[in-house]
Design a binder for this molecule. Structure first.
Ligand code: SAM
Length: 213
């Protein structure tokens, strides 16, 4: 794996940057400090890999901004061994951050091109999600439910009902909600039909699209 001292140094700086923006969960900061983000990016952007910015990847999609990845991850309050569903695998970066935290990762991607790339790429750099699925995240993953946490990494116009159903009681769903600008929203499942809902400000994501391509 091409991960040099220079890259490690740049990652340490990135960790300081997201810390200064308010991320303080040590485990999340450690995970961001460990994942070689430059390997998840197309060659034209590699020099920018440790800037706190989103960048284009294939299929008109993006690798999320590290602060956003850390922010969503922090909201999930994950424990080792938790079962976590990610909707929107993209480059696989968020999935790698989750793997660093010792959780069992299930991740769904609807774009065949990205799915095919990630299925080979993540194991090649020693990240092993339990399942990487080519499918429609609006449906969640019934056969593996219930989940301790669900993270949606694309902007959703509404909360998909299956995702709420597939959470454990006490489970947490973090989802950016809205069309052009999204509000980061956290659902904590109190009972089968009762959720504690909190909002955490504006973010901008590519849209969560219907059905596979
Ligand atoms: N988590 C990704 C990462 O770390 O690189 C970033 C994800 S990118 C902002 C959003 C992803 O959601 C894209 O890869 C897009 O193809 C995917 N997506 C959009 N609609 C989807 C759907 N209905 N089901 C699953 N994935 C979807």
């Amino acid at each position: 794996m091409n991960d040099s001292f220079k890259h490690k140094g740049l990652r340490n700086r990135l960790v300081e940057t997201i810390k200064s923006k308010g991320i303080n969960d040590e485990k999340v900061l450690y995970a961001i400090g460990n994942v070689p983000r430059h390997l998840f990016m197309d060659s034209g952007f590699i020099d920018h890999a440790y800037q706190d910015k989103a960048f284009p990847i294939s299929a008109n999609q993006t690798i999320s901004q590290p602060f956003t990845v850390a922010f969503q991850t922090e909201l999930l309050k994950l424990k080792k061994g938790d079962k976590v569903l990610e909707v929107g695998t993209g480059s696989g970066y968020q999935a790698a951050v989750l793997c660093e935290l010792g959780v069992n990762v299930y991740t769904i991607e609807r774009q065949g091109e990205l799915y095919k790339k990630v299925v080979n790429f993540l194991p090649s750099i020693n990240y092993y999600p339990k399942k990487i699925i080519y499918g429609d995240g609006y449906r969640g993953l019934e056969e593996e439910s219930p989940f301790d946490s669900i993270i949606v990494t694309a902007g959703a116009p509404f909360v998909p009902e299956p995702l709420l159903n597939q959470l454990k009681i006490g489970g947490r769903l973090v989802i950016p909600l809205g069309e052009n600008i999204q509000i980061m929203t956290l659902y904590v499942k109190i009972s089968d039909d009762n959720f504690d809902i909190k909002e955490y400000g504006e973010f901008q994501f590519v849209p969560l699209l219907k059905e596979k391509e």
